[in-house]
Ligand binder design. Sequence first.
Ligand code: ZN
Length: 399
Amino acid sequence: MAEENIAVTRFREYLRVNTMQPKPDYAGCAAFLKGYAEELGLEYAAYEPVAGKPVVVLTWRGSDPTLGAILLNSHTDVVPVSRARWTQDPFAATKLPNGDIVARGSQDMKCVGIGYLEAIRILKSQGVVPVRTVHSSFVPDEEIGGTDGMKAFIQTADFKALNVDFALDEGISHPDDAYKVFYSERTPWWITLTAKGSAGHGSQFIEPNATARLIRVLNKFLALRESEQRRLALGLKLDGSKYTLGDVTSVNVTMLNAGVQANVVPEVAKASVDVRVAPTVNLVEFKKLIRGWCDEEEIELTGMMPDFSGSTAADSSNKWWNVLSAVASQRSVKLEPEVFPAGTDSRFLRAIGLPALGISPIRNTPILLHDHDEFLNENTFLEGVSFYVDLIKQLVRTQ
Ligand code: ZN
């Protein structure tokens, strides 16, 4: 049997560090990365903007300190597993005879963190000296919103000292023969609606009526939901391409609550709505529209809408995009730029004005992030390493 590629071995070792939420082994993870840094001859630093939640940065120092650095970001935590639904131990990193490595985090996103470092190992062995500095950041808590992870880290002097010009972050595997590249994200808005009215006997026409008020407003949310769903299914963009989930605004009524008994008209009716606003929507106008619906029915609306975190240009106006697309075309890989339908740490970087592109170089692979039996084939993983070799080689010398 052929000996296992060192990149695959390190990948499987990293997968065995159990960083599952809600109790990730961050200390074990930092220790693993410290040993890795020594092995590769990289500078190691661990920052704790929040105690017990280390942000580990492995640095490959560039020759020109006047140029900004490249940030290669990945998160170290993974989502929980339903153990009974897995055919393999999710933290054993078992390799099946066909090369599939089954483990939680194999797609999301330990393959990317190891991909960066193994690419640096190869570049160093080729004698490449980077002009720009490369920081590989390994951040905690992305899977629970990033508040104690990237969001806390970017507010520190330690982050500023990294002097970042451009960041790479995660994407999603592609079931077909292409890489998805994420350049923006939708803005999540979690709304709670509270309608009030008079109480009374269920046999009467009680007005004002809390549930009737709430339902009239919810019907407007549902109409928006339907029209956006239709646009996603049938609509075409100006360039003739189909919409993806990130291009439309999704709406879901996620919680409903009213009443104490079937023949009593309730005084209060409540609902929660999960809205993800597409980046093309004017948020000020959108908020005004929703508030208008609520005001008409005297419904109280709570729940902050975050500011739009911004987009990174995915066209020739962005030199980093140009590098990425040139490398992909050299390798005959098609890129599909998209808006990320949920959230990643990239939004914190974009919000402070840094260009950030999300890509996981995984193609012809089912999307199994957060799913049972998450896996990545070792050859697909190694193709990703080779992609990062080509990409990082160009990024570190881009002026
Ligand atoms: Zn992820």
